[in-house]
Design a protein around this ligand. Structure first.
Ligand code: ATP
Ligand code: MG
Length: 436
């Protein structure tokens, strides 16, 4: 038996999964506000799908021989009925499933976005977590390179809205062509890697015949040379695929967006075809990809739907916030307009009523409240008012209340004199306290 006065062991968050608390959470909200505004400007509608899906969705959707499906999924058995379930490791498969299930594209194509928590059993490090978050954007039912370009450019617009520029993030582009072109390339790739089998690591050898393209995605530095020398998919592209790529390039050129064609860019999921792209920074070490996406014209069919062209991207929120921090972009500080100081309990009723009138008029009011140490002296209340960052203090002192008034003190402007305001007309002077 444990001793009576032994404290229980403190519980901890699961490894690789983060708590997001103030003041950090304010940075998330600021980021999300920018994202919502962007989506409205580009005409993308919000979607929300479940965090848990049938394991089969991801096995079928992402491909069996991918890092995610082979070793990164949080899968478990539903103890009630034995169903095989998985915490979603990426967003696209679930959204496509939902569109097919609800026949949601019946009336035409759709542009959608989602803010999602994703789960991958990776080795936690800076910029790589086991629960992480993405802004996910999908254009469903659109086949043209114009939409590929739109998606790349809306990502650029977001980066700019956040205060980043070309020196912080660069664009890489590639085409994965169509299945037949990939097959021809695949044969050449297998021949190349077979000829250099001694240079391959164990994982690459295992994938040599099941998914050789994936070998190009290796993070093993000892394999870079053999991967560098491999035949490039771009050499196997036919006329239509090249035309698609060139149209995307032309759209980027038209707005002056620089990019680099990276023939080794293959992305971590099997479902991509034609356009793939990544936005990369050099400021976060090896976790430099902040946004990645591409076209996936075959995924709907693979998941049991009608053939439907589509293109999308995902932006890692943690990595974006790390990058913003690294380049010194700070969101504007948030603080209440008013801190309400209530010296004695008798004033509470009037104080609450006045604060409610002010809040209804759009003023943000932090009202003093008791802590574990009790109600608090005037001095300690002023201390809290100061720490809150509020621009004004309203002091509900007994003398003023007796006259039907409340005192207003500017907290950030020492030269402004203290004034008294009529309680009965709070709605009238509220506007003056509201942050412009
Ligand atoms: P990486 O090559 O870095 O593993 P990925 O190709 O697996 O990335 P995607 O699945 O395409 O990444 O997801 C898009 C974005 O999500 C990435 O560019 C990155 O910003 C973010 N991301 C991916 N995995 C993680 C993770 N484990 N932790 C934090 N962010 C992640
Ligand atoms: Mg990955």
């Amino acid at each position: 038996m444990a001793e009576q006065n032994t404290k229980p062991v403190a519980l901890q968050a699961v490894k690789g999964m983060n708590d997001i608390l103030p003041p950090e959470s304010a940075r998330w909200e600021w980021f999300e506000t920018k994202v919502r505004a962007l989506m409205a400007r580009y005409g993308y509608a919000n979607v929300r799908t479940p965090i848990v899906e049938a394991t089969a969705l991801f096995v079928r959707g992402l491909g069996e021989v991918t890092d995610i499906v082979e070793k990164e999924m949080y899968s478990f058995e539903d103890s009630m009925n034995g169903d095989r379930l998985t915490l979603r490791p990426e967003a696209t498969a679930g959204i496509v499933r939902a569109m097919v299930e609800h026949n949601a594209l019946y009336n035409g194509p759709m542009r959608v976005w989602s803010n999602v928590a994703l789960f991958r059993h990776e080795r936690p490090q800076k910029g790589r977590y086991r629960q992480f978050h993405q802004i996910d954007v999908e254009a469903l039912g659109y086949s043209g390179p114009d939409v590929d370009a739109e998606q790349i450019l809306m990502c650029r617009a977001l980066l700019r809205d956040l205060g980043l520029d070309d020196g912080d993030v660069r664009l890489e582009l590639n085409s994965l062509g169509q299945p037949a072109e990939r097959l021809a390339h695949r044969a050449a790739l297998i021949a190349h890697f077979e000829a250099h089998a001694d240079l391959l690591d164990e994982e690459a050898r295992r994938r040599l015949h099941s998914n050789p393209l994936r070998i190009l995605d290796t993070k093993n530095p000892r394999m870079q040379a053999v991967v560098e020398a491999a035949p490039q998919l771009i050499e196997f592209l036919g006329e239509a695929s090249l035309a698609h790529l060139n149209a995307v390039r032309a759209a980027l050129d038209a707005v002056g967006q620089a990019y680099r064609i990276n023939p080794r860019l293959v992305r971590g999921m099997d479902y991509y075809n034609l356009t793939v792209f990544e936005w990369i920074t050099d400021k976060l070490g090896s976790q430099g990809t902040v946004c990645g996406g591409g076209r996936y014209d075959g995924l709907f069919e693979q998941l049991g739907g009608k053939r439907t062209p589509a293109v999308g991207w995902g932006m890692g929120i943690e990595r974006m916030l790390l990058l913003l921090d690294a380049v010194g972009v700070q969101p504007p500080a948030v603080a209440p307009d008013v801190y309400a100081i209530v010296p004695a309990a008798q004033a509470l009723g009037v104080a609450v009523a006045t604060c409610e009138v002010l809040r209804a008029a759009g003023v943000s009011v932090l009202m003093h409240a008791a802590s574990g140490e009790g109600w608090g002296s005037m001095k300690s209340q002023f201390k809290r008012a100061d720490a809150s960052g509020a621009r004004h203090a309203l002091i509900f002192g007994a003398d003023e209340l007796e006259r039907g008034e409340v005192a207003l003190k500017a907290l950030r402007d020492a030269s402004a004199p203290q004034r008294c305001l009529p309680l009965a007309q709070a709605g009238a002077w509220a506007a003056e306290l509201r942050n412009a």
